[in-house]
Structure formats: structure tokens, C-alpha cells
Design a protein around this ligand. Structure first.
Ligand SMILES: Nc1ncnc2c1ncn2[C@@H]1O[C@H](COP(=O)(O)OP(=O)(O)O)[C@@H](O)[C@H]1O
Ligand SMILES: [Mg+2]
Length: 243
């Protein structure tokens, strides 16, 4: 328990404890522990190849944990299959290949909800966040610009109205104005729905503009963590992200 910054409690939506995972011989994620409460945003920062995506994939059940635990709303979901984990009100936006290029925008959004009625009702969530997406419902998702595809990806997560969102480098390759919009949307979602958000990022200004807490991942281990509001955060964190 001492490794956890916050002990597991009723308010903790996601608790990861001593999580270790990888692909072949050497573990990629090593003994990672943290918890996130409702209405809280935690950002995991780290350079390329440090294990950020693998950490999210392990939580989602795509990569097997060799030791450690993942609890969602108090329930142990470690190594459950991804489709069952997704039913626990988790929305995951992967770093790659996340949009169905051959489906329309509307069909992609439909994958975020259980039925057509919910899709209709919740389009207003998308409208409030990214009106441009609602204007393009019939368009093939593969014909959207890179930035629009990121908007669609986040929209699909939003309309699921999850308890927790796992978001892998949503700011990657986006224009500054779009990154600012993403930050506003995440803040608004957190405040309105009390959703817990686990962000994985390399973009420090974006991360610090939305997150409440941060953790630095270095070769699979959390080497530093703290509150974003802490005064000397930015300069210290930049060191860890420098190539
Ligand atoms: N499918 C895979 N099979 C084998 N090794 C992988 C696979 N995916 C990632 N890795 C390796 O795991 C390490 C961490 O990768 P990743 O989790 O994608 O890091 P990050 O998201 O921080 O850039 C890297 O060394 C990468 O090469
Ligand atoms: Mg990654």
C-alpha cells in the first residue's frame, strides 16, 4: 500500500497497483502504481518508447499483466478481455489506428453507444465539443483531416459518457489552436460529468493546462510524481521530456 500515493478508496475510479507487463523477455511497464478519483485528470508523461502506450494497453487488457492489479470502481479487472473491460464504463482512445476509415463519421460515433436512440440523444455532447464533427456525419471518416480524426476519436469517447477515459497522445500532430480546444473539452468534460481522465502525453504545455497531477514514466517506471499546481513543475518536467 505504501507505494500508492492515495490508498484505494470509494472515490478512486481507477487504481493500478504494482503493475508489470511487456511483450517478450524484459518487462516494458515495471511496478507502476497510481490511482485516479472521479473528476480528476492524471497525466503520464514520458519520452517515446518509455512504455506509456503499453501501460494503457495493459489496463485495457490488450497486453497481459505479469504481476500487479488493476481495479475499476473497486472491481479487480486485471487481465480481463478488452471487450469486458470496455463495458466497465471505460473509454479508450488509442494512439494509432483508432478510427474506422471506411465508415462514416456517424457510424464511428455509433460505436461509442449502445443503440441509435442514445446516439441521437448524445449528439448534442459532440455538438458542444466539436460542432465540425456534427456537420460531417455522412462523410467518410477516412476523408477527414488528421485533426478532425482526433476530434472524432475524442467525440466517440465522449458520447459513451464513461466513468473513466484513457487517452493516448491525443495532441500528437495537432495545430496549437486544436490542442487548445482539446484542453477546453477535457476540462469541461471533467467538470460537467465528473469523469476521471488518464492522459498519456509528451506535450508538456498541453498536459499542464489540463491535468491535476502528473507522473513521469522512465523506462517503464514512475520516477517522479506530483501536483501540477506546484510552482516549479514545468522546468523540472521539461528535463524528463528532452530527447
Ligand atoms: N507489440 C509490441 N511488441 C514488442 N515490443 C513492443 C510492442 N509495442 C511496443 N513495444 C516496445 O515497448 C517499448 C514501449 O513502447 P510504448 O509502450 O509504445 O512506449 P510509448 O508509448 O511511451 O512511446 C518500446 O521499446 C517498444 O519498442
Ligand atoms: Mg505511445
Amino acid at each position: 500500500m505504501s507505494a500508492l500515493r492515495k490508498p484505494e478508496s470509494a472515490e478512486s475510479v481507477l487504481t493500478v497497483e504494482g503493475l508489470t507487463s511487456g511483450y517478450d523477455a524484459a518487462p516494458v511497464v515495471r511496478d507502476v502504481s497510481f490511482s485516479i478519483a472521479a473528476g480528476e485528470i492524471l497525466v503520464i508523461l514520458g519520452k517515446n518508447g518509455m512504455g506509456k502506450s503499453t501501460l494503457l494497453k495493459t489496463i485495457m487488457g490488450f497486453v497481459r499483466a505479469s504481476s500487479g492489479k488493476v481495479h475499476l470502481a473497486g472491481e479487480n479487472i486485471t487481465n480481463r478481455p478488452p471487450h469486458l473491460i470496455a463495458q466497465h464504463s471505460v473509454a479508450y482512445t488509442p494512439q494509432e489506428y483508432a478510427i474506422f476509415q471506411d465508415l462514416t463519421v456517424e457510424e464511428n460515433l455509433r460505436l461509442g453507444v449502445e443503440n441509435d436512440k442514445l446516439l441521437k440523444e448524445r449528439l448534442e455532447d459532440v455538438e458542444a465539443a466539436f460542432p465540425r464533427i456534427v456537420e460531417r456525419l455522412r462523410q467518410g471518416a477516412g476523408t477527414l483531416s488528421g485533426g478532425e480524426q482526433k476530434m472524432l476519436l475524442l467525440s466517440r469517447a465522449l458520447i459513451a459518457r464513461p466513468q473513466i477515459m484513457l487517452i493516448d497522445e491525443i495532441s500528437e500532430g495537432l495545430q496549437p489552436t486544436m490542442i487548445a480546444r482539446m484542453a477546453e473539452v477535457l476540462q469541461a468534460t471533467k467538470e460537467k460529468n465528473g469523469v476521471a481522465i488518464l492522459l498519456v502525453e509528451q506535450n508538456l504545455p498541453f498536459a499542464l493546462s489540463v491535468a491535476d497531477r502528473y507522473a513521469i514514466l522512465k523506462i517503464g517506471e514512475i520516477v517522479e510524481r506530483g501536483d501540477v499546481a506546484h510552482a516549479d513543475t514545468a522546468a523540472t518536467l521539461e528535463e524528463h521530456l528532452r530527447i
